[in-house]
Ligand binder design. Sequence first.
Ligand SMILES: *Cc1c(COP(=O)(O)O)cnc(C)c1O
Length: 223
Amino acid sequence: MAPLDIAMLEERYKAVKAGIPPHVTLVAVSKTRTVAEIQALYDLGHRAFGENYPQELRDKQPMLPRDIEWHFIGHLQTNKVKYIAPFAHLVHGVDSTKLLDELDRRAMQNGRVQQVLLQVHIATEETKHGFSGDEVEALLQRAWTWPSLRLRGLMGMASNTADQDQVKEEFRGLSGLFTRLKGGADRPDFDVLSMGMSGDAPLAIAAGSTMVRIGTAIFGERG
Ligand SMILES: *Cc1c(COP(=O)(O)O)cnc(C)c1O
């Protein structure tokens, strides 16, 4: 493993921050990164971190400061909810009612209210997860079914393609859905639209993202 270059980390972090307007939350994606790397970014003042693997997050969390906001951004299996339920700040990729049920059950057990985002399938790739727009709309109608959850908004991943117009269209579609769901039913705490990563954050922000998930541009290429 390369030694930790804090000057480089700071330079990258500042460059990323400079491209993000104040109304957009930056989640630093720290999957596969060491505790030392995360601590270094924390020491630069950053607090919101995103992880993809439940056991990895469970293992790192106790070694790092308590006031970190941990975002779970990966695909979550119901049998792994227990690892993150005691402390997760926001779960981004919720893509099934089974998962909503389990998150609600575990939140209740932990005496917490769990904030979640519903993942919407916007990419052309079949491998990406998520609900359709109609499904999300139906779920919001019965949000009371999950008393220990708070549905804070939507999350999406655009296609992994060089075609910028396609990516733009996918983000615009998700943003339109978000605005419609938020406005139509007057939901003041339905206010998070998580879209955009290192490669496509500018397009996502232009389309209305309120939260970007950025790993590589801050920490460098993953090994
Ligand atoms: C890994 C990951 C990111 C960050 O990707 P980078 O290209 O490193 O910025 C964002 N969102 C999700 C869901 C991820 O899995």
